[in-house]
Design a protein around this ligand. Structure first.
Ligand SMILES: [Mn+2]
Length: 426
């Protein structure tokens, strides 16, 4: 029994090596004509990464996490998931919370945005998943001195509006567990970032398997948490179609505990009419070039923001399309701000969403990238600042949309079709 459950971890140790070679190959493949600066920053990034997450085997990582938990016994920690939490982030955060409970660490799981996908709402309701919404207003009224550590799961702090407040309060980042690419400056006591893994739920399941929490199918909370992990894992791997060996092994382990009926109930929630309307708009507005499908969907209410990734999921299923990009202007009535929000979905293995979006949209004046991603999926958020805010004047709203629509298309087409000239040369 014991040796059987250890097997996947051994494989993971083996799997870590080709990844290292890949990283070296990346550095070697920089063309000699490249500027000195880019070579330095690449090797710097590689050595930085090596410093932060030394080439530990999964067993060693588990041990390092165990020690971190031990060090922080009886403390309170805040688990931050991205603003619009997805099943992978939510289920992984819950798993960390249950693991930490073993060490008398109390965790609160928080997110700043909304639960907008009908499946996410169903997941949280049906499993009683303990996540709280803290808006920017909420956090201003919280006593943050009650928390001794910050836990970032399925993100690296770059997709949460709460981060500046938490950093200002001086709460140290204790743990980061993620499968997105390294997003830059990150200092934490324990870091497990594995972009080669398809879901953070896989990483947390490996922790469970390694014994950080003894799963018991007679405990309803364990069954529900395992079900949410299964959902998270499925949802980040396109229903396991893009899963790799370690994801399947994690799913196999979870199959001992999860509730198939409960998972079915979560998956069978229907799309709302508003989501259907956005998908319809994306279909109508899409233009396909070089196997990219691009669609602007105009204005959206904040609560319907999740319609954007769902529309991208749908557009990428068209024949001869390998990548879909859908975006719209999302209006946040509560805070009176507007943002361009977009999603990318790709089935092309050689297209790196993180690189693609960073190159397409660049960064703001504080060096923060407008976009980023993981394997097969990415997203971007561009604040529209002074031009934001609702306007009764429909002519103005139409003009504003056209400006952003044109600008985004221009930036995307530069990458997709470099010879394309948007401005008519008559
Ligand atoms: Mn994820």
């Amino acid at each position: 029994m014991q040796s059987r459950s250890l097997q996947p971890l051994d494989r993971l140790t083996l799997a870590a090596e080709p990844q290292l070679m890949e990283a070296k190959a990346d550095i070697a493949s920089v063309e000699p004509t490249a500027t000195k600066r880019s070579i330095t920053s690449l090797s710097e990034a590689a050595s930085e990464q090596a410093k932060r997450s030394p080439n530990l085997s999964c067993g060693q990582k588990v041990e390092a996490l165990r020690q971190s938990l031990e060090r922080h016994r009886e403390e309170r920690q805040l688990i931050v998931v991205q603003d619009f939490p997805d099943p992978d982030g939510l289920s992984s955060a819950w798993t960390y919370k249950l693991i930490a409970q073993q060490y008398d660490i109390h965790c609160d799981i928080i997110y700043a945005g909304t639960l907008s996908h009908q499946e996410n709402i169903a997941l949280v309701k049906l499993t009683n998943l303990p996540a709280e919404r803290w808006t920017v207003q909420t956090i201003k009224n919280k006593d943050l001195s009650a928390y001794q550590g910050l836990i970032l799961i399925d993100n690296q702090g770059t997709t949460s509006q709460l981060m500046p407040f938490l950093q200002q309060a001086g709460i140290p980042t204790t743990v980061v567990i993620d499968h997105h690419k390294l997003q830059g400056n990150l200092q934490a006591e324990f870091v497990d970032i594995r972009p080669s893994v398809r879901a953070t739920a896989t990483i947390l399941t490996q922790y469970l398997q390694a014994g950080l929490l003894n799963m018991d199918s007679s405990i309803s909370e364990h069954v529900k948490c395992a079900t949410s992990l299964m959902h998270g894992l499925r949802s980040d791997t396109n229903a396991l179609r893009q899963a790799q060996e370690e994801d399947f092994l994690a799913a196999a382990y979870l199959s001992r505990f999860y509730d198939a009926q409960l998972l079915n109930a979560v998956l069978q929630t229907n799309r709302s009419k508003r989501v259907m309307d956005v998908i319809e708009r994306s279909l109508k507005n899409r233009s396909v070039q070089n196997n990219f499908s691009i669609a602007g969907v105009g204005y959206l209410r904040y609560d319907n923001r999740d319609a954007i990734p769902q529309a991208a999921d749908f557009l990428v299923t068209e024949e001869n399309v390998h990548t879909a990009l859908v975006y719209g202007i999302v209006h946040n009535e509560e805070e009176g701000i507007e943002m361009v929000i977009g999603s990318l979905r790709t089935t092309k293995l050689t297209l790196d969403p993180d690189e693609f979006l960073k190159e397409a949209f660049g960064q703001d004046n504080q060096g923060r990238f407008f976009g980023g991603g993981r394997m097969m999926a990415g997203g971007f958020e561009i604040p529209i600042g002074f031009l934001g805010g609702s306007n009764e004047n429909s002519e103005y709203a139409k003009l504003k949309w056209e400006v952003f629509d044109t600008q985004i298309k221009q930036k995307l087409l530069k990458l997709i079709n470099p010879t394309h000239d948007l401005i008519d040369s008559e």
